[in-house]
Design a binder for this molecule. Structure first.
Ligand code: HEM
Length: 507
């Protein structure tokens, strides 16, 4: 091989940029119309497996699942020089990667470059900086006063924001996007503890969603950057073309929003709706640059909003498709309602303490998060050589992509009915919620980097699901196509178009 790596890169970059129109043609037009059966990708000279990736990009999550199933849970994906990683969904591997050998598997610098909009905040960094930021976040988020506030705030938002908006949709009697409604709800619900400000996205006049859209751009571009060699997206960024153009436009939108929120908070410190976890508690300041505060604020918004919005949308999609599960949840709720004085005319609002102990509701939630994990992939980079339990060698610097979506669909992990939505799998023989180790159900991640918002978001989501499901029936509009967006967050590309009906329970 006479070509030096530098020379290879010099010819590869223009080659790939020239290839981009073809790439987009294939992605946008071809792969949407053809349903190419997934095959194990061919490893071509120079471009590696990139052609298979491009042809299957529209259905990447399912394609990767099929390939991983054929490969026994792990395989080495190769692209053009500079794009090579081990892909795995094998819990035997996620245990050391997430938990027992955590120190050997940081996220790495390349990961941080994919999500540069989140700067040096905890999502992006490793080592000492991550440890310090996590400890601060843990202190703030472990405060029972904040958790109590978050639970109450959620319940109140449901009563004065979500239910009236849904009722408004019922009265209008037109289809609407349930994903948009839950995204608005999750945005308001996350912004209040982060900024101490009510952002009012749930109001009936449906204010513009430019800020949530800008946050979506960060996640979609983060996904895109995983799929092309780094010189390619860097060049696109410099030229301001393709998805990079969208990200460049999104950044000032987020910046303006953050500045406005921090200033509003400071002005209304005494009168605002609540305490702000991030701004008041000095989570990131102490002489650290303003940039880090901004990056952390975006990071917290993404951590709470994207995940909760995605979870609620996919859960209702599952409940509409499985009325038997919706009925079982309502049966579990009925005794709670009869303890209150419900005459069937007003809407029932469940308190977080009432829904917290409900096992089947919890099982329905976790089963949806198993099949549709809001964070689809985890990415790690090996610090030193290692051999994973699957027998795969990793060398220092190797990248590892863990597919949570594929893990849920492996018979070896979840049994023959792995692809079915079946909450019963979460209910143990004694009627309690079955414990599944986090490296096997990593929707909230596992090990030292696991989610700090897990407990409170489960409490909040159970209260939301119970209240909405008790008061409304939904049906998905006929012909509406549900497919995932290409992003690291599992959102629906076309939203979830539904009709809603008010449910009256005769007692
Ligand atoms: C459905 C709800 C949620 C899900 C599925 C979820 C999932 C996750 C996942 C997968 C991670 C690891 C991300 C990574 O490092 O790659 C994570 C981390 C984190 N989550 Fe959540 N999350 C949820 C809600 C929340 C909420 C409401 C908050 C608080 C506002 C929150 C705060 C955090 C924080 C602070 C981390 C960083 C942990 C670290 O890097 O050490 N999460 N979450």
């Amino acid at each position: 091989m006479l070509l030096s790596l530098q020379f290879l890169q010099d010819i590869l970059v223009p080659f790939l940029v020239l290839l981009l129109p073809v790439y987009y043609y294939l992605v946008i037009f071809r792969s949407s119309k053809t349903n190419v059966p997934a095959r194990f990708p061919t490893d071509w000279p120079l471009v590696g497996m990139l052609p298979s990736l491009v042809v299957n990009l529209r259905r990447f999550h399912d394609y990767a699942t099929t390939v991983l199933a054929v490969a026994g849970g792990s395989f080495e994906a190769r692209g053009p020089p500079g794009l090579r990683f081990l892909m795995t969904c094998d819990p035997a591997n996620t245990r050391p990667i997430f938990v027992s050998s955590f120190g050997n598997y940081p996220k790495g610098e390349e990961f941080a470059s994919f999500f540069d909009a989140m700067g040096g905040s905890f999502f992006n960094v490793d080592g000492e900086s991550w440890r310090r930021q996590r400890a601060k976040a843990q202190r703030v988020m472990g405060d029972p006063r904040l958790l109590g506030f978050m639970a109450r705030w959620c319940r109140d938002r449901v009563e004065i924001g979500l239910l009236p908006l849904l009722m408004h949709m019922v009265e209008k009697n037109t289809p609407f996007d349930l994903q948009d409604v839950f995204t608005r709800f999750a945005f308001d619900m996350t912004a209040s503890p982060v900024f101490g400000v009510d952002t009012g996205r749930l109001s009936l006049d449906m204010p513009p969603m430019d800020v949530p859209d800008a946050m979506d751009a960060v996640m979609e571009v983060g996904f895109f950057r995983h799929t092309v060699p780094a010189p390619c997206w860097r060049l696109m960024r410099r030229l301001g073309i393709g998805p990079e153009r969208r990200l460049a436009a999104a950044q000032p939108v987020m910046r303006r929003f953050l500045t406005e929120m921090v200033e509003t908070r400071k002005k209304n410190e005494q009168t605002s709706c609540c305490r702000s976890a991030a701004v008041d508690d000095d989570m990131v300041s102490n002489g650290e640059p303003m940039e880090l505060l901004y990056a952390t604020l975006i990071n917290l918004m993404v951590a709470g909003r994207d995940t909760v919005g995605s979870t609620l949308t996919w859960l209702f999609y599952n409940l509409v498709r499985h009325p038997r599960v919706a009925d079982a949840i309502r049966r579990e709720l009925a005794p709670v309602v009869s303890r209150a004085t419900d005459d069937g005319s007003t809407m029932v609002v469940f308190e977080p303490e009432e829904t917290k102990p409900l096992v089947y509701l919890h099982a329905a939630l976790f089963e949806s998060m198993r099949l549709y994990p809001p964070v689809l992939y985890e990415r790690k980079e090996a610090l030193t050589d290692d051999v994973l339990p699957s027998g795969h060698w990793v060398r220092a610097g190797d990248k590892i992509l863990i597919s949570l979506y594929a893990m849920a669909r492996m018979e070896s992990v979840w049994g023959k009915d792995c692809a079915e939505y079946r909450p019963e799998r979460w209910v143990a023989a004694d009627g309690r919620l079955r414990h599944v180790p986090a490296h096997r159900f990593p929707s909230f991640h596992a090990g030292p980097r696991s989610c700090l918002g897990k407990d409170i978001s489960v409490v909040q989501m159970k209260c939301v699901v119970a209240t909405v499901l008790w008061n409304f029936d939904f049906e998905v509009v006929e012909g509406h196509v549900v497919e995932p967006k290409l992003s690291v967050i599992l959102q629906m590309k076309n939203g979830l178009l539904v009709r809603a009906k008010r449910r009256h329970v005769v007692r």
